[in-house]
Design a protein around this ligand. Structure first.
Ligand code: ASP
Ligand code: MG
Length: 446
């Protein structure tokens, strides 16, 4: 059997009737068997999250209003999208909104709220399936809620997903399968989700489950860029990244690609392509097992970082000190990003301030604690063979006399990270771009 391809279309790719028609064209240009994973129409999950908040706050007036606003949006959407199947589509919308009205009529609970959040993807896939019917394209809807399952730690259960998915692919004449991104069931059998932006992760899990030929993530941008296009002029899409480089960048470009998308693809060595629905012929970015040693691929930055320093002479020559520190973060389920140590102090960064005060209090039993806020991590990603001559020199030249709070080098061959005050970020990105990419940019424009 020809290998399957998994294609995921994000909210903006399905967010307007003409875009959806474009997706139909895109997936029917070749006969290769495909699984198409869809997000909710753009803006829908945000609206459902807001709706859930009003519901939780028991603001019944607002809940009703928000449901009806969204309902009107969908009514006009299907009016514009369909010709022969208008009635079918209206009934489908009415079904889901009736269910949402019933759900939110009783008092709030988390499980029903997750069911509410799932409506976005359930609607978009059913509409798309109907649109394919109207276009005389044979397709089969696969219910993600019966395929994607989480284990007791809330992690996707790849083996189960594989078995579940196979049972739907088995014995079908269809070579085009449509399913929902984002939504799944937890180990208690309740409706759950893979967190915001999780449709990419769904695509990657399904791709791994069928050992697909490729996983294509279709969005409205032309791939990952080599620097932040909002700050740096003349950035360009990176043509290829290794899985390891992409994993380093995913943290910074979480808006482009859900960070968890990389590991299932890497495990089965399946290339992930980031492509643009508006410009389907553009190359985009290919993430694969192919490495290109010695090259810098991208510079990226993340704001909203806090640096925490714990200083204690007890750390000198002591063992077990770091473990005690890390246990505090583990207790609050707060991931640590960067870390540097000296003989008597350790500095680390976090990007979530929800438990900051409690963490600082807990750390104070081990030493003096200081927190720096409004920091940014700037990272240089590539296959930066550690002894690559001149790279650090280039980086330091770019920094000049600007202050750096922390540096992390040698953690992996793929990343050099600098922690700087956010106020300096633009300057640092621009000057790193000049020293590292200037040559590349001039080569590209020749
Ligand atoms: N619809 C979900 C969200 O907006 C999942 C996704 O689009 O990837 O987060
Ligand atoms: Mg996304």
């Amino acid at each position: 059997m020809t290998k399957l391809k998994v294609l995921k279309f994000g909210g903006t790719s399905v967010g307007a009737p003409e875009r959806l028609r474009q997706v139909v064209k895109l997936i029917t240009t070749d006969p290769q068997p495909k699984i198409v994973v869809l997000s909710a129409l753009s803006g829908t999950t945000n609206s459902l999250v807001a709706l859930g908040q009003s519901w939780k706050a028991a603001d019944h007036q607002l809940v009703k209003h928000q449901v009806e606003v969204l309902y009107d949006h969908y009514r006009s959407f299907v009016n514009e999208l369909f010709a022969q199947q208008k009635n079918e589509a209206r009934n489908l919308i009415d079904d889901h909104f009736e269910h949402m009205r019933t759900l939110t009529a009783v008092s709030f609970n988390r499980a029903s709220n997750r069911e509410l959040l799932a409506q976005g993807e359930l609607i978009s896939t059913r509409l798309f399936h109907l649109l394919l019917q109207e276009s005389d394209v044979e397709s089969q809807l696969i219910p993600a809620l019966e395929v994607v399952s989480l284990d007791e730690n809330g992690e996707p259960h790849l083996e189960k997903i594989r078995v579940n998915l196979r049972s739907f692919l088995h014995d079908q004449k269809s070579s085009l399968f449509i399913t929902q991104g984002f939504i799944c069931r937890n180990h208690e059998g309740e409706i759950d989700n893979l967190k915001r932006g999780g449709s990419d992760f769904t695509a990657s899990l399904l791709g791994a489950a069928v050992e697909a030929e490729a996983i294509e993530i279709w969005t409205d941008i032309d791939g990952m860029h080599n620097n932040d296009p909002r700050i740096v002029p003349n950035t360009f899409p990176i043509e290829s990244l290794s899985f390891d480089e992409a994993a380093e960048l995913a943290y910074f470009g979480a808006k482009i690609l859900h960070p968890n998308t990389i590991w299932p693809a890497q495990k089965y060595n399946i290339p992930v392509k980031l492509l643009n629905t508006m410009v389907p012929q553009a190359k985009g970015t290919v993430i694969s097992g192919k490495r290109s040693p010695g090259s810098v691929k991208a510079i990226a930055a993340k704001d909203g970082i806090m640096a925490i320093k714990i200083k204690s002479s007890r750390m000198l020559l002591a063992y077990g000190f770091l473990r005690k520190i890390f246990e505090i973060f583990e207790h609050f389920k707060v991931p640590i990003d960067m870390i540097t140590t000296s003989e008597v102090a350790v500095s680390l960064t976090i990007d979530d301030d929800e438990h900051l005060t409690a963490i600082v209090q807990a750390l104070e039993q081990y030493g003096e604690v200081a927190v720096d806020q409004e920091m940014s991590i700037v990272c240089i990603v590539g296959d930066l063979v550690v002894d690559q001559k001149g790279l650090l020199n280039t980086v330091f030249r770019a920094i000049g006399d600007k202050s750096i709070r922390m540096i992390s080098y040698g953690g992996s061959r793929n990343n050099i990270s600098l922690l700087i005050p956010t106020a300096l970020k633009s300057e640092v990105l621009l000057s790193l771009n000049d020293t590292i990419f200037k040559q590349l940019v001039s080569q590209k424009s020749q």
